[in-house]
Design a protein around this ligand. Sequence first.
Ligand code: PMP
Length: 409
Amino acid sequence: MSLFDKFLPIQEARNELLKSGVNPFHITVDKILSPTEAIINGRTTILVGTNNYLGLTFHPDAILAGQQALALEGTGTTGSRMANGSFASHRELEKAIAEFYGAPYAIVFSTGYQANLGVLSALAGAGDTILMDGDSHASIYDGCRLGGAEIIRFKHNDVADLEKRLRRLGDRSQRTLIVVEGIYSMLGDRAPLAEIVEVKKKYGATLIVDEAHSLGILGQHGRGLAEETGVEQDVDCIVGTFSKSLGSTGGFGISSHPEFELIRYASRPYIFTASPCPSVVASTRATIRIIQTHPELRQQLWTNSQHLYEGLIKSGYTLGAEVGPIMAAMIPTRELALAMWQQLLENGIYVNLMIPPATPNGECLLRLSVSAAHTKKQIEKIISAFAELPHTTPTHSNPAQVQPDAILN
Ligand code: PMP
């Protein structure tokens, strides 16, 4: 028995997939053409599974800012901010994200994954408790584990279950961190944040919201679900990523607690990794400015989302949540989902295939993420490609209550 034997089940699962002629988890984009189009398998393909919500990856301001930073500051920082020092541009990015949120403290991390690892592990350690939504993203799971706090999962979006568990904690509730997401990445549903805030206040807990999929999308200024719900003052920390609506990479945490600034000194994912490279930092600053000055992008995203949502519903699909930029068509079996995913790709449409254990409730999903950059014609093409597929909706009213290992994306 060697260390490598544990990979046998993965190999078997992969072989099963390969029998169908394609591996959906090993797709190569041969050439990226625009935020919404690429060449895949030699075919021009509409991308509707990229989280490029505002379509900013090719924005001329972001490209120019990145090019200038490359020329002026070089390709990389070659080390951590703690050891090698911050570039002025790191500080400026922190200032920009703090100003965007109207928060006094902001810390930038090299990825959104690391932002969760860094903030969660520093906030909740041995002797503390974390109450996390059961459908949380993998980075939340990993960040919670890294800190060594006791981890308790509450049922997805179930405030009564959250409250029951807080009550049971007694005095410990005051050293408890509640972790939720703005928009959940699998089904596109939102946390019931107003109720969660009420419960957190009642029990004196601390609340953190991961706005990875809601930054730039929800709220009058695009600050996310906390803004949309009007509870920004009652949320202790927000974490998020630059890799979705901002079309870049990197992550951040913001807070009004003065101690938040000290997380830098207590956070291994901040200290022991290279800081974001200058071109990425510059492009991110450019796209933060764009989302502040172009609210019409958000409007376009909602128009496109409404159009696609209605089209898929009319074609007989069961979708996971209300209208929003993330939609998930529920497919009864893994085999059918794979066949449909493949057929869509052959018809020039790229969506995400999501199967257990990375999905809630053991669902098989074809997940779509809409972009403000999709044209009306592209949305119509996506709808007709879905409509033409032979499909049925799941018959189970109560799918297997399989707890996800951790949500993938
Ligand atoms: N949080 C959530 C909710 C996410 O969905 C993701 C990424 N899909 C992350 C954090 C991590 O962000 P990144 O990919 O930028 O590291």
